[in-house]
Design a protein around this ligand. Structure first.
Ligand SMILES: *Cc1c(COP(=O)(O)O)cnc(C)c1O
Length: 404
């Protein structure tokens, strides 16, 4: 089928099938994508911060293929080696206690909120308070945590609804990096606080060490659950395996997804000892979570991070990217602010971002937007200095053209 025919089919039958970029992607290798016409694209999107090892990593694919020959899926009723290893590896590396596997970042957040609610509910039980009254989680302005909207409420089974329905968990928003604002939002309904360690979709906004320290102290003092959403900024993207390591502040629950599966859909939430016994057997679950194929992906990602010293690469190339972005800001009036760190960096621009993306696309460079006016670069963590330089050359050329 021709690219034209495929795009027409997509536009007609796929929700949101009508794309900005008129090309059909065919395959990838390393940090490059190729369309059906053979055109090459240097990819600084990497499936939205997912393809941590780049495309077509043979060792990763071989590990998946070996698992595929055994079985893909058996349900969570039975032990299997990949998921046992994945749980141990993640829990140990995070210096936390237990892991729950799911299939996406959204689900990892859902589970994390259930942990926080259960904790609050047990506290209410002790004080003989109304359990069905609302619960609140404090989240941050400019956050992104997913798009689900409540399947448990529709599930007519008291065992599954358990302590989670009724008793709505409402979000209350505070300013990121503003501890006083967070404090002012705390009520006796608050069960926890959730934030990204580096806000992704919101525009690559970094959290401050003192803010995270303050959140930790607040949660300890008031017996609240601190949840870090590391779906985008975790798994090596900031040059440490888990983003919070940069600040020396431990969460009670950490949500992971995206890069953890290198393209196989996996999510997880990791709990410390304080939280790992809160959800009783049956109070949470899922059909696919910890599926042997997905768990093999996690194990292989971690193994290959070690083998290729992926974190060292991030720390080597991230300053190169930052330097280039700073130079671009000095020399281009339409580039006005550097954002982010590690391999989660970007630049705020005053030109039309969609035009910029389309122009870059035509020149074989892929990046995506964040927060409306930030060009976001979240490449594979194995990207080289040369590849970054080449990407920034193209990016600069695009800015120059649009500034004319
Ligand atoms: C992408 C993302 C999510 C949602 O993950 P999905 O896998 O798309 O459900 C949650 N939080 C953050 C910070 C994200 O970047």
């Amino acid at each position: 089928m021709t690219a034209e025919e495929l795009m027409k089919m997509s536009d007609e039958h796929l929700l949101y099938g009508n794309k900005l970029y008129k090309a059909v992607m065919d395959h990838g290798k390393g940090v490059y994508l190729y369309d059906t016409e053979g055109k090459e694209y240097l990819d600084l999107v990497s499936g939205i911060a997912v393809n941590s090892l780049g495309y077509g990593n043979q060792e990763f694919l071989d590990a998946l293929k070996a698992q595929m020959d055994k079985f893909l899926h058996i349900s969570a009723y039975y032990y299997n080696e990949p998921v046992c290893l994945a749980a141990k590896e993640l829990a140990e590396r995070a210096k936390m206690d237990k892991v729950f596997f799911c299939n996406s970042g959204t689900e990892a957040i859902e589970g994390s909120i259930k942990v926080a609610k259960k904790h609050a509910l047990l506290k209410r039980q002790k004080k003989n308070k109304n359990l069905d009254d609302d619960y609140e989680v404090i989240a941050m302005h400019h956050s992104f945590h997913g798009r689900s909207m409540g399947s448990l409420g529709l599930t007519d089974n008291a065992v599954y609804q358990g302590p989670f329905v009724p008793g709505n968990v409402r979000a209350v928003f505070a300013d990121f990096n503003d501890l006083e604002d967070v404090k002012s939002k705390i009520t006796d309904k608050t069960c926890g606080i959730i934030c990204e360690v580096l806000q992704g979709e919101g525009g690559l906004i970094e959290g401050r060490k003192e803010f995270f320290e303050g959140l930790r102290a607040l949660c300890d003092e008031l017996d609240l659950i601190l949840i870090f959403d590391e779906v985008q900024c975790g798994m090596g993207r900031l040059g440490v395996l888990f983003a919070h390591e940069l600040y020396g502040v431990m969460p009670d629950v950490m949500a992971l997804a995206k890069a953890i599966g290198n393209g196989i859909p996996v999510g997880a939430f990791v709990m410390n000892e304080r939280c790992s016994n809160l959800l009783a057997p049956g109070e949470h679950g899922g059909t696919y979570g910890g599926n042997p194929l997905a768990a093999t992906a996690v194990n292989t990602v971690l193994k290959l991070y070690d083998k290729y010293d992926v974190l060292a690469n991030v720390n080597r190339v991230a300053p190169v990217l930052e330097e280039r972005i700073q130079k671009i800001i000095e020399t281009h009036p339409s580039a006005i602010e550097h954002r982010g760190r590690g391999l989660m960096q970007g630049v705020r621009v005053t030109v039309d971002l969609t035009e910029l993306e389309k122009l870059a696309f035509s020149k074989g460079l892929l990046f995506c937007a964040a927060g409306g006016d930030v060009a976001r670069f979240v490449p594979a963590l194995v990207i080289t200095e040369e590849e970054i330089s080449k990407a920034m050359d193209i990016f600069e050329e695009c800015l120059s053209e649009l500034e004319k």
